[in-house]
Design a protein around this ligand. Structure first.
Ligand code: PHE
Length: 345
């Protein structure tokens, strides 16, 4: 009898050692059979009463060793099957499946607005001219007929390079106009988009860096009426057909006569709202006939040629167009803000 029971345990041990579960389910069955709460080994422990006294110890050790083997095998099987499952999942990659969607970025609202302005002027023959941001005083101010004692030259407004009275960060892209006039012969028809700097206190309405698009047209017989028509065309393209323009006398050192241009409020259509501050009109740019002194400074015969120039802040156009009420938003690079702008241009 007792040798039978030894045989039975040994057989179970062999069974365990030879088991090769092939799936997750078979591993689980193995666990239930040999290690579960009603496992095969349990009743064997009870059999110890039938074993002769001198062999009880041997029997106990045998049954225990079966339990240990079952546990080791189970861990081995479990690890093996898990790594197999993982490998088969990896090999199941379907390379023909469509990939996860790639989120497209969007252009910065200032770039969108600048491109829009450029595109409008390019259509009527203006070419883009670009130049340096670190500029010589002469191109930024002197050539542009800005006298030495003009307030715009004050250290308050202009960033000069350290220890320099000659080199500065351009305060407007009029410096590009000067460089083009110095290097090209009329007819000249350019727009100068770019970043400019002014030593201003940063607020919702002003920043120490912003962008401009300035324009310049010089040829024989260019008149104030040409300027007005060009700017009306721009206003309608930018803010919608039917937009009206209004020119108010103003002053710039480099133009004579000079004007500020307003457009009829595209929000309320001159009814009055908070965008136009209940005036019905919104100021969008400065303009005027190029002062003959500027032409002469840049080597252009002011007897023969006349021209007009204009300049606008890109942030201002973008704030109006997108109804953004704080200029600082354009420089913070907050994705929640930037994501709202989409453009093909
Ligand atoms: N340069 C002027 C500015 O920065 C804008 C301007 C350009 C005005 C050309 C008139 C003519 O404010």
């Amino acid at each position: 009898m007792s040798s039978d029971i030894f045989e039975k345990v040994k057989r179970i041990k062999e069974e365990i050692e030879n088991a090769i579960p092939k799936s997750k389910e078979e591993v689980e069955q193995f666990r239930i059979k040999y290690l579960g709460s009603k496992n095969l080994l349990k009743p064997l422990f009870g059999e110890i009463v039938n074993v002769a006294n001198e062999r009880k110890r041997e029997f106990g050790q045998l049954v225990n060793s079966v339990k240990v083997v079952a546990e080791q095998k189970f861990i081995e099987f479990k690890n093996k099957i898990e790594s197999e499952v993982e490998a088969s999942e990896n090999s199941n990659i379907d390379f023909s499946a469509p990939s996860d969607p790639v989120e497209f970025g969007s252009r910065h609202p200032i770039t969108i607005t600048m491109n829009r302005i450029i595109e409008i002027f390019e259509r009527i023959g203006f070419a883009v001219a670009e130049e340096r941001e670190i500029e010589e005083d002469w191109f930024n101010f002197t050539a542009m007929n800005t006298p030495e004692d003009h307030p715009a030259r004050d250290m308050q407004d202009t960033y000069y390079l350290k220890d320099s009275t000659e080199m500065l960060l351009r305060t407007h892209t009029s410096s590009v106009q000067a460089r083009v006039m110095m290097s090209q012969k009329p007819p000249i028809r350019i727009i100068a988009p770019g970043r400019v700097y002014r030593n201003e206190t940063i607020s919702a309405r002003a920043h120490c860096q912003f962008h401009q698009v300035e324009g310049l047209y010089i040829a024989e017989g260019v008149s104030f009426a040409d300027m007005k028509q060009t700017l009306l065309y721009f206003a309608e393209e930018m803010f919608g057909k039917g937009t009206k323009i209004r020119l108010r006398p103003s002053y710039f050192p480099f133009t004579e006569p000079s004007a500020e241009m307003d457009i009829s409020c595209f929000i309320c259509g001159t009814e009055g709202c908070n965008v136009c501050k209940y005036t019905g009109w919104v100021e969008i740019l400065g303009c005027g006939m190029v002062d003959p002194k500027v032409l002469e400074n840049c080597g252009i015969d002011s007897e023969k040629y006349t021209g007009f120039a204009f300049g606008m802040g890109v942030e201002r156009q973008a704030m109006l167009k997108y109804k953004v009420n704080d200029i600082r938003l354009f420089f913070e690079n907050d994705k929640r803000f930037l994501k709202q702008f989409k453009s093909a241009l």
